[in-house]
Design a protein around this ligand. Structure first.
Ligand code: HEC
Length: 170
């Protein structure tokens, strides 16, 4: 064995343990991200209908579509906020909005072609799996979507209603 090889093999256990702890840290992060969604049907509907703009992770796309990782949990905690979630997916939304300090001014399409149960499921995936609303928040029910379907709006009115539930803009 050469001196260099001896030094290398002596260094190996330390390097290996550092690599192992890094691998374990990464694996723990991956496991959290890969945890099965609480709303698997909503997750499937999200990937099919929403991910193209909001990204598969819900992180959004700069200047195209806002992140869905925090505000939806806040909306779901109030009656008007829950209405806002339902009308956003039923009727879409357009006009400038500020989400987490950034402006978005593009058009969210309407998803009224999906039935009430599918829209409730996709919203629950957004609210609980993406935005991590606490368990004290009740899941959106199909009946809440049905109630808003009975009162058609346009996307400008949806944005107008949003002002009453969104965090104050700086
Ligand atoms: C074509 C791109 C596009 C698709 C597809 C899309 N969205 Fe959006 N979404 C947007 C845009 C753009 C906005 C912001 C609208 C604005 O600027 O007025 C938005 C806003 C939202 C908001 C409101 C965020 C807030 O803080 O008020 C929610 C909730 C939402 N989308 C959920 C969904 C869900 C759920 C789906 C799938 C059923 C979906 N979106 C599909 C582009 C999209």
């Amino acid at each position: 064995m050469t001196a260099a090889a001896g030094a290398a093999s002596a260094a190996t256990p330390l390097a290996a343990s550092a690599a192992l702890s890094l691998a374990l840290t990464l694996a723990a992060g991956a496991a959290a991200a890969d945890a099965p969604p609480a709303y698997p049907q909503g997750a499937a509907a999200f990937q099919a209908n929403c991910a193209v703009c909001h990204a598969a992770t819900g992180a959004g796309v700069p200047s195209l579509a806002p992140p869905l990782l925090s505000y939806p949990a806040r909306y779901a905690a109030s009656a008007e906020g829950r209405r806002q979630l339902a009308i956003t997916v039923l009727y879409g939304m357009y006009g400038d909005v500020v989400v987490e300090g950034k402006h978005y001014d593009f058009r969210m399409p309407d998803f009224g072609q999906l039935d009430d149960a599918s829209l409730a499921a996709v919203l629950n995936f957004v609210v609980f799996d993406l935005a991590h609303a606490p368990a004290s928040v009740a899941p959106l029910a199909s009946a809440e979507v049905a109630a808003e379907r009975a009162h058609p709006l346009d996307g400008a009115a949806v944005r107008e209603h949003r002002k009453s539930v969104a965090p104050a803009e700086p």
